[in-house]
Design a protein around this ligand. Structure first.
Ligand SMILES: Cc1cc2nc3c(=O)[nH]c(=O)nc-3n(C[C@H](O)[C@H](O)[C@H](O)COP(=O)(O)O)c2cc1C
Ligand SMILES: [Mn+2]
Length: 470
């Protein structure tokens, strides 16, 4: 069954014991970030709840954090599925998108503000890396634009700095689809109509942060994920459509050929991301539901909500390509959260012939050439989600002079601070190229037997473990 909106989904989270309501008054300018951080540091992933700050000083709007990526279990709930089914659910949805339907009106139109009434500061938007970020940031904006030639919609999540009551700075990196739209319009010196969705049915956010093929409408994939077309309404001031049941919609345009300083911003590798020359969004209209709920993602230092949701989405994309398109014998794909779900990729395979591990690496890099700066391919007896097992494979199935390849001049993750020093701006060309290390950690020849007691002995001892007095 599809969740109709964020509210219905929050009820489901609560029922599953995965929503922690915090009724104590909190300050949005330092405390929400710190409480969310301590929750991610203190509570083991399996038990971690989403957070609802019900009492934000100076506002009567609650803030929710971690509702899509507090943990893998929460992510599965957002998709209304089990952890083991996440991959196939994504693969199915991308293969069979379900177009949204346009309806006349919806709750997101309950309040409509235009002209001088527009004020983005009326919402409790937190400051994340206090003392370093220049101000509050929207971290869970679902940014809707259209290809000016085909009219095909795109939805992506790009950080937004609150600058003035009607002005945002939006950083969209060079591979993103939203950027393509802005640049197509810039070439004609035209502004780009844009609508930002804040708080919606969870499939909207999950598709917004996951990379799809260009031209695939994220709202259609969301429809397929939820098993029911999304209902969209027309924007008030531009030719875009947004989810009718969204909490808050910010309408406006990216000014043509206009860049302004934005950032620095605490980013997902766990470091400050440099200041950037970013797009400028002029806000023309804000619509919202009665008693809106403000949704944010926790990013910055991993593990975070960002590393959880980006990791799962990207692993799925790579897994689908390797297994469904190329029929490679891949068992599991994992972007380690310590690598910000970007830098460090591990893949396990049941190797059919020599050299296949290399094929797997190249194929994985072809899905997204910025991912997997370190890519390790292991045999299927290794659980790549267990760092101990992964490091054991690296330790004794690799000869560096034979099994490691370094590839130069690959597209870079510009937020990787090893790429350039802090003073170099995000869009500087020196940040464009990186390199990769591919490590074939599969067994390349016959191996000695593993030095462990026989399986049946271990099983027996496990069964009667208590009898040993533990
Ligand atoms: C919490 C979070 C914040 C993100 N912030 C940005 C950002 O500021 N700029 C950016 O280009 N991508 C950002 N991303 C990544 C994009 O959302 C992601 O690559 C998405 O696929 C972009 O959509 P698109 O491929 O349709 O452009 C962020 C992802 C997450 C999960
Ligand atoms: Mn896209």
């Amino acid at each position: 069954m599809a969740y109709q909106d964020l509210r219905e989904y929050l009820q489901a989270l609560e029922k599953a014991g995965k929503l922690k309501r915090i009724s104590r008054e909190v300050d949005k300018d330092w405390e929400i970030s710190a409480v969310a951080r301590v929750a991610f540091q203190n509570i083991p992933e399996k038990e971690r709840p989403a957070l609802m700050f019900e009492n934000v000083r100076g506002y009567d709007i609650p803030v929710v954090v971690g509702v899509l990526g507090g943990s893998r279990a929460i992510y599965a709930l957002a998709l209304n599925t089990r952890i083991e089914e996440i991959a196939s659910k994504w693969a199915q949805a991308q293969k069979n998108p379900l177009d949204p339907v346009i309806v006349n009106t919806g709750p997101c139109k309950e309040n409509i503000l235009t002209g001088n009434d527009v004020n983005i500061f009326q919402f409790p938007v937190p400051v994340w890396t206090v003392g370093e970020d220049p101000g509050p940031y929207l971290t869970a904006p679902f940014v809707v634009t259209k290809d000016p030639e085909t009219g095909i919609r795109n939805v992506g999540t790009y950080r937004c700095q609150l600058k003035e009551r009607d002005k945002l700075g939006v950083w969209i990196n060079f591979v993103q689809h939203g950027r393509r739209h802005v640049e197509m319009n810039n070439a004609r010196n035209r502004p780009t109509p844009v609508a930002i969705v804040l708080g919606a049915d969870p499939t909207v956010g999950l598709t917004s942060v996951s990379r799809m093929a260009y031209g695939l409408d994220e709202f259609a994939v969301a429809g397929s994920l939820r098993g029911k077309p999304l209902e969209l309404v027309k924007c008030e001031t531009c030719d875009l459509e947004v989810p009718a049941h969204a909490e808050i919609i910010i309408e406006g345009e990216f000014l043509a050929n206009t860049l302004e300083k934005e950032g620095p911003f605490g980013e997902y590798p766990g470091y400050m991301g440099a200041e950037a020359d970013s797009y400028v969004m002029k806000i023309k209209c804000i619509t919202y539901r009665h008693k809106p709920i403000y949704q944010a993602f926790l990013s910055q230092m991993p593990p975070s909500e960002s590393s959880c949701i980006r990791g799962i989405g990207r692993e799925m994309g790579i897994y689908k390509h390797l297994v469904h398109d190329l029929r490679l014998p891949v068992k599991d794909v994992y972007l380690l959260e310590s690598g910000g779900s970007s830098a460090y990729l591990a893949i396990s395979i049941k190797q059919e012939h020599e050299g296949q591990a290399k094929h797997v690496m190249w194929a994985a890099w072809s899905v997204d050439p910025t991912l997997g700066k370190f890519t390790v391919v292991v045999d299927d007896d290794i659980d790549i989600r267990d760092p101990f097992a992964l490091n054991w494979a690296l330790s004794y199935r690799v000869q560096p002079h034979k099994d490691v390849q370094i590839i130069h001049g690959t597209p870079a993750v510009r937020l990787d601070p090893s790429q350039a020093s802090e003073e170099v701006p995000q869009l500087d060309t020196s940040r464009r190229l990186s390199s990769k290390m591919g490590i074939d950690a599969t067994k390349k020849h016959r191996y000695p037997l593993v030095a462990l007691p026989p399986k049946e002995h271990l099983l027996k001892v496990r069964e009667q473990w208590k009898e040993y007095g533990f």
